[in-house]
Design a protein around this ligand. Structure first.
Ligand code: HEM
Length: 219
């Protein structure tokens, strides 16, 4: 944490993400976007034109599973970094019960809604949903990856994997939209993941317990 210059011109900066964590995050984010585009291109003939992004149908078919492998390992990096901070606790249940006040920007009405750790309950749900969906996507994807794994499963299993893969992909795209919307909606959040820091005001308003723990050296 650092303070510099006049309070009005230079707000207090609170470090939130290291350079390595941000790189890890943006590799994951880029992989998911590329997977969504290439996956949609292969999903329905009306979206086949999206294969142009990758240079044609064959290359899209070849590259899609490999980007999936990148996503898996990249997300594993995020998981190792952030799983601890996403563990569910009692205040998360209170947060969920008062979602109306949170969405209405009325957190200050309830003491429990402002004493939030590094992540709030909504972020934790997104985190665990992404973790689960990525496991489902990589497992079903491997069953469908005929070039290397054709002999390992039956045709029936492959058919089921296609269905599960498509459903999980649709759900993760929805979760991703929620994640991006929330990041934009809560002003000042994106800067944490681009420049690595947030303002003291942001931390006090949205993650007060996290800020207190930082100041007192607990985290
Ligand atoms: C491309 C659009 C994306 C944007 C604009 C974005 C933005 C952000 C921002 C601003 C944060 C910091 C939130 C905070 O500090 O409170 C964050 C955290 C995070 N993002 Fe993203 N993100 C994107 C895509 C993704 C994707 C595709 C994934 C995973 C599949 C992902 C996984 C995460 C995780 C795990 C965190 C840490 C938060 C937590 O552990 O709960 N993000 N993202």
């Amino acid at each position: 944490m650092s303070t510099a210059g006049k309070q009005k011109e230079t707000p207090i900066k609170v470090d939130r993400y290291t350079g390595a964590a941000r790189l890890n995050h943006w590799i994951t984010a880029t992989s998911l976007v590329l997977l969504a585009v290439s996956g949609l291109a292969l999903f329905h003939p009306s979206l086949f034109f999206l294969t142009d992004v990758f240079g044609g149908g064959q290359i899209t078919r070849m590259i899609h599973p490999w980007i999936g492998v990148v996503l898996f390992f990249s997300f594993l990096g995020l998981f190792i970094r952030f799983a601890g901070a996403n563990l569910w606790n009692r205040s998360d249940t209170i947060w969920m019960k008062n979602l109306g006040a949170v969405l209405g920007n009325r957190e200050e009405e309830h003491e429990e809604l402002v004493e939030i750790g590094k992540y709030n309950a909504g972020q934790k749900i997104v985190f665990w949903s992404m973790s689960l969906l990525i496991i489902v996507l990589i497992s079903s994807g491997l069953v469908m990856w005929d070039q290397y794994f054709y002999n390992f499963t039956t045709i029936e299993q492959k058919r089921l994997a296609v269905l599960i893969h498509a459903l999980a992909a649709i759900v993760i795209i929805c979760v991703w939209i929620v994640h991006v919307y929330a990041a934009i909606w809560v002003r000042g959040t994106i800067r944490g993941m681009t420049r690595g820091y947030v303002t003291g005001g942001w931390a006090w308003r949205h993650h007060r317990k996290w800020l207190r723990d930082l100041v007192t050296g607990k985290s």
